[in-house]
Design a protein around this ligand. Structure first.
Ligand code: PLP
Length: 395
């Protein structure tokens, strides 16, 4: 099997599993217990928090462990909105992951009492946020602004530093959903100018159902999960120490591998995109071109991300034919895989409703090889033909 669905979840890392093993077996005590075994678990937890903070450029006390990216995103928006609602106004973009978008909409629908006003700022054809439109809706009374670092469906990298400058100018806390970024882009809060930042372990070879929200100490945050007051009261519940250790190890490995890994992924991605467009001329790359750059000169597309639409074909039909030929990938987003809805990201980018149902996303990771990329390029025309797309192939 050729696994090109790293953006959905990454294969488990052996190093991560080995780091977790002692905490799954011998060092099992509750890290809140005062006895020796409890203190041993607490030491492992503290080391994990320090490791996560090291990668995210914050203090260990600013890390809140969560059940993954979704909970981190929910906590960021709901937590800030409950603690400091100010003018009850949320600013986000039209291409966020549902973990952010639906939470913002829940606030808009009155999840915390009087409804919040929600602005979902539009994007250009590449999926990049319209900074002028964002600047126009931000006000000093805005509760929170949430902009993702990299889009899961089309790989567009957002100009987060510029968004941070706009937020800073009006004193609005900025949340960054960085779930797709570690190992491919830097994710330090201080570097990005973020006040809150979400990560998820399973995208990095870490445990499923584990992640973290980094929150600057000065940002007021109310808990979403109430209980025994663990994690300084910001997220109650007995802390899952193996998950913390796994998250920390996965994040550290991703960051350590980034300098060599990101260019390697970009080279594989470039070959994949060129090969696909050559073999299937009717396919259209969605999101930024592979050589596009942001204003600061950094790449505008995630290195490991390729996404296409196949006009006239169902994305699902292409996926099925690819799987018949040993290649697994997904339509725009794994999260929407069991829905027939057109992608909200592609619609926001201005694609028509029909085209927005034909997305195929091929995402690469550290285990992807050049041979696998060549195999995909070879079998794709057959898969497209079998899915009924002969018209997209060379004449
Ligand atoms: N945010 C983005 C950009 C994602 O891609 C995902 C997962 O697909 C999430 C949030 C949710 O993360 P999790 O699966 O850990 O809940």
């Amino acid at each position: 099997m050729i696994y090109l669905d790293h953006a959905a979840t990454a294969p488990p890392s052996r190093t991560v599993l080995e780091a977790q093993w002692p905490y799954l077996t011998q060092v099992f005590a509750n890290p809140s217990s005062a006895h020796g075994p409890g203190r041993a678990a607490r030491a492992g937890l503290d080391a994990a928090l320090a490791e996560i903070a090291g990668v995210l450029g914050c203090r260990p006390g600013e890390v809140v462990l969560t059940s993954g990216g979704t909970e981190a995103d929910d906590l960021a928006l709901l937590g800030v909105a409950a603690a400091a609602p100010r003018g009850r106004h949320v600013v986000t973009t039209a291409v966020e992951h549902p973990a952010v978008l639906e939470t913002a909409r829940a606030l808009g629908a009155g999840a915390l009492g009087e409804p919040f006003r929600v602005d979902e700022v539009g994007v250009d054809r590449d999926g990049v946020v319209d900074l002028a439109a964002l600047a126009a809706v931000l006000t000093p009374a805005t509760t929170v602004c949430s902009v993702m670092l990299a889009n899961n469906e089309v790989g567009a990298v957002q100009p987060v530093r510029e968004v941070a400058a706009l937020c800073r100018a009006v004193g609005v806390p900025l949340h960054v959903d960085a779930v797709q970024a570690p190992g491919q882009l830097g994710v330090r809060l201080d570097d990005l100018g973020a006040d809150l930042l979400s990560v998820s372990a399973h995208k990095l070879g870490g445990p499923r159902g584990a992640g973290a929200l980094a929150v600057r100490g000065a940002v007021p945050l109310a808990p979403v999960i109430h209980g025994g007051g663990q994690q300084r009261g910001r997220r109650s519940g007995t802390v899952d120490v193996p998950a913390a250790v796994g998250t920390a190890t996965a994040l550290r490995l991703a960051e350590e591998g980034r300098a060599a890994g990101a260019p390697r992924l970009a080279a594989l991605r470039d070959r994949l995109v060129a090969g696909v467009l050559d073999a299937v001329p009717g396919a259209v790359l969605t999101g930024p071109a592979v050589d596009a750059r942001l204003a600061d000169g950094s790449p505008a597309r995630l290195p490991g991300h390729a996404s296409f639409v196949f006009p006239g074909l169902g994305g699902e039909a292409v996926l099925l034919e690819l799987e018949e030929r040993g290649v697994v990938c997904s339509s725009g987003s794994a999260c929407a895989a069991d829905s027939d809805d057109a992608s909200h990201v592609l619609l926001a980018m201005g694609l028509g409703d029909d085209a927005a149902r034909t997305a195929v996303r091929l995402t690469l990771g550290p285990t992807t090889t050049p041979e696998e990329v060549e195999d995909v390029v070879r079998v794709l025309p057959e898969a497209v033909a079998a899915a009924g797309g002969a018209a997209l192939l060379p004449a």
